[in-house]
Ligand binder design. Structure first.
Ligand code: ZN
Length: 203
């Protein structure tokens, strides 16, 4: 399975990183080895002094598809989740400055937190889901899926033009404003509405 991540999908986060507003979604992949095992802490890797949390809504693909039409995209997923796209921001900035791929800063072991899953039927509208990240019980990131530049169904349609989507693939739909560093002993907890989706200790 693969993790397909969307970059720059919320205007406020684009402004935060001083990126240009893209004309198409930014896509990158993480391998399955980047998934942080359940109940395990996140260990800050030796190669970075500036690991950032990016909380993101996740979509789990349940059906094989390619060139999926936006109007049928809803048939390709049943479950919504929440996770963290951990990013070695210092390394990413160096790589970006050199025009090199981001993988080392985004796809390393443990860089993908995947919380529990909720049935999409639970939500009256998947384009109106509130979510947040708390660091040591203080809210650091808050978002709503209605603020996405490309909504879930548009992302599925777009991504599937390049990559065949397979059962179990997960889309990380991008992060809202408020990304920031983590340090040893931080506790990160993610919520969709008022449901706790994950809790991760930083070591
Ligand atoms: Zn991200």
């Amino acid at each position: 399975m693969k993790l397909i991540c969307i970059g720059r999908n919320y205007t406020d986060h684009i402004e935060e990183l001083e990126n240009e507003k893209p004309t198409d979604p930014v896509i990158f992949l993480k391998p399955d080895t980047s998934i942080l095992l359940k109940k395990q802490p996140f260990f800050i890797p030796d190669f970075s002094n500036d690991i950032h949390h990016e909380v993101e809504v996740l979509v789990k693909i349940k059906k094989l598809g390619k060139y999926i039409d936006k109007k049928f995209a809803h048939k390709y997923y049943d479950e919504i989740g929440l996770g963290i796209d951990f990013t070695a921001r210092d390394l990413q900035s160096q790589l970006k400055a050199k025009g090199l791929p981001w993988e080392k800063s985004k796809a390393f072991d443990g860089a993908a937190v995947i919380g529990q899953w909720l049935s999409k039927d639970k939500f009256p509208d998947v384009n109106d889901i509130n979510f947040r990240l708390e660091k040591n019980e203080e809210i650091v990131q808050e978002g709503n899926t209605k603020l996405m530049l490309w909504k879930i169904d548009e992302l599925i349609a777009y991504v599937s033009q390049f990559f065949t989507l397979k059962i179990g693939d997960i889309i990380f739909t991008g992060t809202p404003a408020g990304v920031g560093s983590v340090k040893t002993n931080d506790q990160l907890s993610g919520f969709i509405e008022d449901e706790k989706m994950f809790s991760v200790k930083v070591k």
